[in-house]
Ligand binder design. Structure first.
Ligand code: C5P
Length: 213
């Protein structure tokens, strides 16, 4: 029989980038294909979990058995995460834009010269969940870093009150690629996992989640 160790659990996953409009036709965004988050949603569903996947704009099919909520901006993502609670586990994989633009209501015209973009901070969805009375029992964040990966991940784990941080070394060709090199940072230390396809990283994380519950 297939392993259904996550049956009866609700797992919330965020994935993809957010798009923050500049005007009705332009946006700023983070780089993210959504592949790692979608693979994690898939792996959790395959272990029997009820999975809500809150996704920014990506070009990926919905994994079988997963409930998908599509959003565009960070604020929409924060609202969708709030609406999906309660959850036993949240895995925040999305590359959320840290700032949004004070958007223009009409298309900016090129002839008017290069506009100055005024940026305002977006909500930190992971940190807000870490401090929330509805905090999931197991809260997992991601940290995409290009240097001092483990230091930054440990700092992030504390600052955001996450249980685990999956530290992602994005100095290579991870972005949009099929494989990933990650380190799992927990309360007890750091585990470095071998470079592997994103689906393999996802299955390993889903197994670790099942072990922890
Ligand atoms: O601070 P930084 O963006 O590097 O943290 C990354 C982690 O925080 C990821 O898990 C990401 O999904 C989450 N995050 C978030 N909301 C933000 C920024 C990051 O949930 N506004």
């Amino acid at each position: 029989a297939p392993d259904q160790r996550l049956s009866g659990k609700h797992i919330l996953v965020t994935a993809g980038p957010t798009h923050e409009p500049i005007d009705p036709v332009r946006y700023v965004a983070n780089r993210s294909s959504g592949k790692q988050g979608f693979a994690i949603a898939d792996a959790c569903a395959q272990l029997g979990a009820r999975v809500t996947l809150v996704s920014g704009p990506v070009a990926l099919p919905t994994p079988a058995g997963v409930t998908r909520v599509d959003v565009e901006t960070a604020r929409e993502m924060a609202d969708a995460v709030g609406a999906a609670l309660p959850a036993d586990v949240a895995v925040m994989v999305a590359a959320v834009a840290d700032w949004r633009v004070e958007a223009a209501g009409q298309k900016l015209k090129k002839g008017a010269g290069a506009p100055a973009l005024s940026l305002v901070p977006n909500p930190d969805i992971l940190a807000d969940l870490g401090a929330s009375p509805h905090r999931p029992r197991l809260l997992v964040g991601f940290a995409a870093e290009t240097e001092r990966v483990l230091d930054h991940a440990a700092a992030k784990r504390a600052a955001k009150r996450a249980d685990w941080i999956v530290a992602n070394d994005v100095s290579g060709d991870v972005m949009g690629g099929e494989a990933n090199t990650v380190h799992l940072v927990t309360e007890t230390g750091v585990e470095s996992w071998p470079h592997a396809p994103k689906a393999v990283v996802a299955r390993r994380l889903a197994q670790r989640i099942a072990d922890a519950l």
